[in-house]
Design a protein around this ligand. Sequence first.
Ligand SMILES: NC(=O)C1=CN([C@@H]2O[C@H](COP(=O)(O)OP(=O)(O)OC[C@H]3O[C@@H](n4cnc5c(N)ncnc54)[C@H](O)[C@@H]3O)[C@@H](O)[C@H]2O)C=CC1
Ligand SMILES: CC(=O)N[C@@H]1[C@@H](OP(=O)(O)OP(=O)(O)OC[C@H]2O[C@@H](n3ccc(=O)[nH]c3=O)[C@H](O)[C@@H]2O)O[C@H](C(=O)O)[C@@H](O)[C@@H]1O
Length: 461
Amino acid sequence: MSEAVARPDVTSLYRSDADAAAQREAFRAGDVPTAVYGLGRIGLPLSLVYASTTGEVAGVASDRETARQINDGECPIAHEPRLKSLLRTAVGAEALTATADVSTVAAAASVHVVVSETGVRADDVPDLSTLRTTLRDIARELDPGDLVLVESAVPPGTCQDIVAPILEAGSGLDKGEFGVAACPSRAAPGRALTDLRGSHPKLVGGVDAESTRAAELVYDELRVGEVETVPDSTVAECAKVIESAYRDVNVALANELARLAGELGTDVRRAIEAANTQPHCQVHNPGPGVGGHALPDHPHYLAGECATETPLLSAAREVNEEMPAFTARTLVRELAAVDTHVEDAVVVLFGLSYRRAVADARKSPALGLGETLSRFGATVVGVDPLLEDFSAFDDIYLADLEHVGEMDVDAAVLVTDHDEFSSFDWGTFDDPIVLLDGRDALGDAGVPDSHRVYTIGRGGD
Ligand SMILES: NC(=O)C1=CN([C@@H]2O[C@H](COP(=O)(O)OP(=O)(O)OC[C@H]3O[C@@H](n4cnc5c(N)ncnc54)[C@H](O)[C@@H]3O)[C@@H](O)[C@H]2O)C=CC1
Ligand SMILES: CC(=O)N[C@@H]1[C@@H](OP(=O)(O)OP(=O)(O)OC[C@H]2O[C@@H](n3ccc(=O)[nH]c3=O)[C@H](O)[C@@H]2O)O[C@H](C(=O)O)[C@@H](O)[C@@H]1O
């Protein structure tokens, strides 16, 4: 008869005496108590990935009602494939327990995963206030051997200069008694679970080598995809915001080129497509603006504290921020071409969220476009079949997709290319209208010849 082998008692990972195999086994078995702080668009899917790996995770929600919802198996995040069913399974198996009681969870956990929201203030200075509060809560309960993993996007240097000092000050521990690593989330809403599991490598960089090692071990267990360790936490933080800056600059190039379409008298989208057949050329798509919390904010994280100027990043931001106004001016010109003054016009914005397939209006191009057209005197109506929170749009009228075709309108702007619009029958607008396609996505339903069409980057009829 074989004797049962006692599992070594491994409850924390940083500077653990146990060998790597025992640490991995303990982590997978749920013996290393883990907490995820922030159950939002990224935190909730991430906590479920942790839960399905370890069988036991505590999730900290912003308030009791959200915690109750999650514990009842109700999913507060919509339009995220497989999230609902995974949540029900995890809650049913008691693999995820949500609470708003940060202290109790922090006291019990030895791996602390921080997914608090970060952003910029109105003056574009990075706003880490929620992250700091979360860290102070964790610090009060921090024990030797604990590991703090920062998934939030942050300015380079944050783990070294802000996270570790807050944890030291609040815990009375010294650096080297606990671990800290930047493990920035690179997941995109709409495919969060797939991305978190491993569509692309997970970047992991610690404030010291032992933090990197322990963080690598965690993500190796969590993911089917590769884990890429980088020299330190600042490299990991920097890489994350470089990705957004690259995309912002690239889209700015596309938008600047698109603005030349009229004067060049050519289809710039087609030219970009042709240029991109050269593998070294990967120009992105022009559009009515760049929104969300990543591309507009992260360039400010990169150089905000540096004395060296970054004119390219600033110019890209300016070009992209100007796109809603460019779109509004283009619409005014197209309306004038059919003898309609903008102040007499009813204009419908199709898509209010910042990009396709998300229910999120943060920094959406539709905000600036709606404001500008309203300021010009137009009556602005918005339609978005995905969005649930329209509070940012209190100065425009709202309509639903089923009935908007019955309205008497002068123009429509396709701001966001939600799939739901691809089968919209533009012929339901009986009278000819101006149709401004911001995304080159008018769909399969055909556009009656009587409508006047202008596509950003391609030009007009
Ligand atoms: N949404 C996205 O596309 C991506 C976001 N990220 C980064 O992930 C971080 C989180 O972003 P999202 O999930 O989009 O934010 P979110 O706003 O959807 O979720 C954050 C949630 O966590 C709660 N929260 C924060 N700290 C908490 C604490 N200590 N205790 C309890 N609740 C707490 C907030 O109240 C909020 O409900 C940000 O730094 C963001 O830059 C990274 C990749 C993609
Ligand atoms: C390619 C991708 O999905 N990048 C991520 C990005 O997600 P985000 O939701 O901000 O989407 P995005 O596709 O970059 O779009 C941002 C904005 O830029 C606009 N946009 C984007 C690409 C393009 O060719 N043209 C364009 O106008 C979009 O319409 C949107 O308004 O930011 C996420 C984040 O950091 O929050 C990051 O994790 C994701 O990997």
